[in-house]
Design a protein around this ligand. Sequence first.
Ligand SMILES: O=P(O)(O)OC[C@H]1O[C@H](OP(=O)(O)OP(=O)(O)O)[C@H](O)[C@@H]1O
Ligand SMILES: Nc1ncnc2[nH]cnc12
Length: 183
Amino acid sequence: MAKRYYDLTVAGCKRSLPILNLSDSLAIAGFVMLGDVELCENCARELAKKVPAEAEIIMTAETKGIPLAAELARQIGMPYYITARKSVKAYMEDPIWVEDESITTMGKQRLYLTRADIDRIAGRKVLLLDDVISTGGSMTALSNLAEKAGAHVVGQAAVLAEGDAVKRTDIIFLESLPLFEAE
Ligand SMILES: O=P(O)(O)OC[C@H]1O[C@H](OP(=O)(O)OP(=O)(O)O)[C@H](O)[C@@H]1O
Ligand SMILES: Nc1ncnc2[nH]cnc12
């Protein structure tokens, strides 16, 4: 059990986030949209007001961005969204990949895109979407992957900007989330 919690209100939803150590010095308030239907629905509704009108398709990264991307695509009437995967499965043809590093990941991982999804985004205007932007490593990886697939990135959006990301002017987000000292 966490000993500390951070009370967050976003898109009209109040959630109490457990503060968990990442290292001896750093802790995060764990924000998990996965499984939270009301949170995904409300955040998608608020983000829908901010997404660039020119965006033709949404691209997110496995895992926690998936339910948000699904809900936003549904609300704005996009019939398909793209998910960059963190491993290659037998059903994924000719995958391309980029290196990915996030605040919650020990070391590097990879983001992969399968042939069918490359064909869906090549030459199209893509909105990159995630639940949180912190170091920006995951967004950069998504952007590199989209460009490798021949897409044009027209926006980078998330529900929360964490830590230094709150100062960024090149991203769309709904609320800020602080980082914490480990205890
Ligand atoms: O800006 P960054 O430092 O890259 O951090 C943000 C990323 O970290 C989290 O994913 P995580 O790596 O925990 O993977 P998961 O969604 O599979 O749990 C979050 O969902 C973002 O994708
Ligand atoms: N606060 C947070 N909770 C969950 N995943 C994250 N990824 C980056 N920051 C995060």
